[in-house]
Design a protein around this ligand. Structure first.
Ligand SMILES: CC(C)(COP(=O)(O)OP(=O)(O)OC[C@H]1O[C@@H](n2cnc3c(N)ncnc32)[C@H](O)[C@@H]1OP(=O)(O)O)[C@@H](O)C(=O)NCCC(=O)NCCS
Length: 270
């Protein structure tokens, strides 16, 4: 059983009025897959109002907050060791799924695992009421510092652009070329349209390429109906809430397939 975030987290420094910590995250899935504490970043805040209800993570921890106040988990970042030479596009891991599967092998079957050479971010999440305050940048900066400390050849990330769900019919290859006036400096040069992509770019990342079919979820139609609270009564493509791509439904085989494209970015470790 994975320990709760609060038990594993180790404070490593302040971020404004928050505390940055490293340790196993609250999402059990990632705890089980990894168990490499240095690859997880947690940012906590004093929770003096003791409402605690919006913390990401372990329900037990949320309950403790609700009862007694204390630390509230406000942001979390997940990363994993991966294999990348640091220079070419060709040897990038093919997909988000592949990074996860390789990291799992490194953890559970190291004798048969490749040697890690780089670090890949997998997810960054900021609790809704703390979004827009720059916390994700603190998470990414911490990931970069960890990667540098481990002498990784780079911090890469197969990212999910945050506004892409509003444009599921647009090819990712086109979406990443969209530029708009910089909301922070309208007189300056245009910036990439997607706020999450430009957050990485502002921190020194460059876009490498689209990761095609990076996260694949193939499941019976009934499962997708339950997850989306929609009905799929004929075969074909469907847009679904939160989906970066469409879901392809095939009633003849009772399968619905979601193949999400991500965007590989690489951060310089200065
Ligand atoms: C994407 C996310 C991690 C950004 O974290 P954050 O700490 O709020 O980001 P910042 O405060 O540094 O803001 C970065 C940019 O994103 C924008 N932004 C932040 N939250 C946003 C939201 N919910 N919707 C649209 N834009 C958002 C900010 O306005 C800023 O844009 P700017 O370049 O115009 O200034 C956060 O919104 C989140 O957790 N979203 C849900 C999970 C997710 O999509 N994660 C990313 C894929 S792994």
């Amino acid at each position: 059983m994975a320990p709760a975030a609060a038990e594993m987290a180790q404070a490593v420094g302040p971020v404004g009025s928050h505390t940055i910590a490293k340790g196993a995250g609250g999402a059990a899935f990632f705890d089980v897959v990894f168990g490499f504490p240095q690859y997880q970043t947690l940012i906590t805040a004093r929770n003096s109002t003791a409402n605690g209800g919006n913390a990401i993570g372990d329900p037990k921890q949320q309950q403790q907050q609700a009862e007694g106040g204390g630390e509230e988990l406000v942001a979390v970042g997940y990363a994993a060791p991966c294999v990348w030479g640091g220079a070419s596009l060709e040897d990038l891991p093919p997909t988000w799924d592949h990074v996860l599967a390789t990291a799992r092998t490194m953890l559970h079957d190291p004798a048969n695992a490749p040697k890690p050479t780089a670090m890949s971010a997998l997810a960054v999440e900021v609790s809704p009421q703390h979004q827009g305050g720059g916390l994700s940048q603190a998470v990414l900066r911490h990931m970069k510092a960890v990667a540098k400390g481990l002498r990784a050849k780079g911090l890469i990330a197969p990212i999910r652009p945050i506004l892409k769900p509003q444009y599921p019919l647009v090819a990712m290859e086109d979406y990443i070329t969209w530029h708009v006036p910089d909301p922070r400096d309208p007189a300056g040069p245009p910036v990439v349209f997607d706020p999450w992509l430009r957050t990485h770019i502002r921190l020194g990342a460059r876009i490498l390429k689209v990761a095609k079919c990076s996260a694949l979820v193939a499941a019976p139609v009934a499962d997708w109906e339950a997850w989306t609270r929609m009905r799929f009564l004929s075969s074909g493509p469907y847009t679904v809430p939160g989906g970066l791509n469409v879901v392809q439904v095939d009633l003849s085989t009772d399968t619905a397939v979601y193949a999400e494209d991500n965007v590989w970015v690489a951060h310089v470790l200065d």
